[in-house]
Structures are given as structure tokens and as C-alpha cells.
Design a protein around this ligand. Structure first.
Ligand SMILES: O=C(CO)[C@@H](O)[C@@H](O)[C@H](O)COP(=O)(O)O
Length: 172
């Protein structure tokens, strides 16, 4: 697979380690930096890594910052990106299986390196399991980025809440 990867200066060495880890497993890594410890801004790298996934140049993305929060928020502002910030393997599996997440994010200062490896392995190996409901909700979530009409609309997701109330969502 082609993996787009990015980080801020807080976790450069972890990103470098993960890039090598992925390459050793036979993946092609597109490394968007940052490349050293010089202070920089996490949204730059969340955006860059996310854009390569959204454009189809990469299959999936991995983004890291100290907490994982900043890169996740910025990657998620790229149209077509569904970035999941996780700290365990189960959340990584869930993100791919149910939301077809295309970027996985971790806090390099929060999660140990062994667990980061496991999280990435699970994320890459898990298949999205499509269903009509998942497709509908993913489509609607994706449209949030371009659909300004939904701003300040507290009822944007009402149709899904109503389906839930009617018991129309099968248990995962
Ligand atoms: O988690 C994050 C961002 O969500 C961190 O990577 C980030 O806040 C860095 O700590 C910023 O670096 P600095 O300004 O040098 O402290």
C-alpha cells in the first residue's frame, strides 16, 4: 500500500520509526514531514498527509503529534478525509470497519511505540464492512466539509437518530 505520513516536531523520531516500520513491511511511504525537531505547526502536516489520501495518491494515512489531537482535527478538514484518533487497537479496527476511516492518528506522547505499531497493523489489515446504513452516514459526514447549510443546524443528523429510535440499525 501507499501510506501518507505526517507529524509535528514533537514526535519526528516516532514518525521516522513508523515510516521505516511500514517500509519493512513492504509499504511505500510518502513522508510529508516534519523532518527534524525544529518547532513547527501540526496542522500543516495533518493537511498535507490528508490531501494525498483524499486525492488518491496514497491509499491510507498515518498522522502523529504529541497528543494526536491537532493533526486529527486538521486532517479532518480536508474534503474526503476521515481521520480517527485512537489509542487502542479496538478503536482502530472500529474506525476502519465501520467508518471506513482513511487516516489513523495517534498521540506519540500518549501511546507507547509497541501499541502504535499494533494500532497501525490493525488499521491496515482491517477491511471496511459496508452496509447501506454505513454508506449513508459516511456520505453525510463527508458532506459536512462542503455543506455550509449544515452549520448551526442542530437537526442535521436527525434522520439517523430517528432510524436509531425505530430500531433500524442492526447491532454491530
Ligand atoms: O498534541 C499536539 C497538538 O495537538 C502537540 O504535538 C502540540 O501541541 C505541540 O506540543 C506543540 O509544540 P510546541 O508548541 O512546541 O509545544
Amino acid at each position: 500500500m501507499k501510506i501518507s505520513i505526517g507529524c509535528d516536531h514533537i514526535v519526528t523520531e516516532i514518525k521516522d520509526y513508523i515510516a521505516s516500520y511500514l517500509e519493512k513491511k513492504g509499504h511505500e511511504v510518502i513522508d510529508h514531514g516534519t523532518y527534524d525537531k525544529q518547532r513547527t505547526h501540526y496542522p500543516i502536516f495533518g493537511k498535507r498527509a490528508g490531501e494525498k489520501v483524499a486525492s488518491g495518491e496514497a491509499d491510507l494515512g498515518v498522522v502523529l503529534c504529541g497528543t494526536g489531537v491537532g493533526v486529527t482535527v486538521s486532517a479532518n478538514k480536508v474534503k474526503g478525509v476521515r481521520a480517527a484518533l485512537v489509542g487502542d487497537m479496538e478503536a482502530a479496527r472500529y474506525a476502519k470497519e465501520n467508518l471506513n476511516a482513511n487516516v489513523i492518528a495517534v498521540g506519540g506522547r500518549i501511546v507507547g511505540i509497541g501499541l502504535i505499531e499494533n494500532i497501525i497493523d490493525v488499521f491496515l489489515e482491517t477491511e471496511y464492512k459496508p452496509s447501506k446504513e454505513k454508506e449513508e452516514i459516511i456520505k453525510k459526514i463527508d458532506a459536512l466539509v462542503t455543506n455550509e447549510e449544515q452549520m448551526n443546524n442542530d437537526h442535521y443528523f436527525d434522520e439517523f437518530l430517528e432510524k436509531w429510535d425505530r430500531g433500524e440499525y442492526p447491532k454491530q
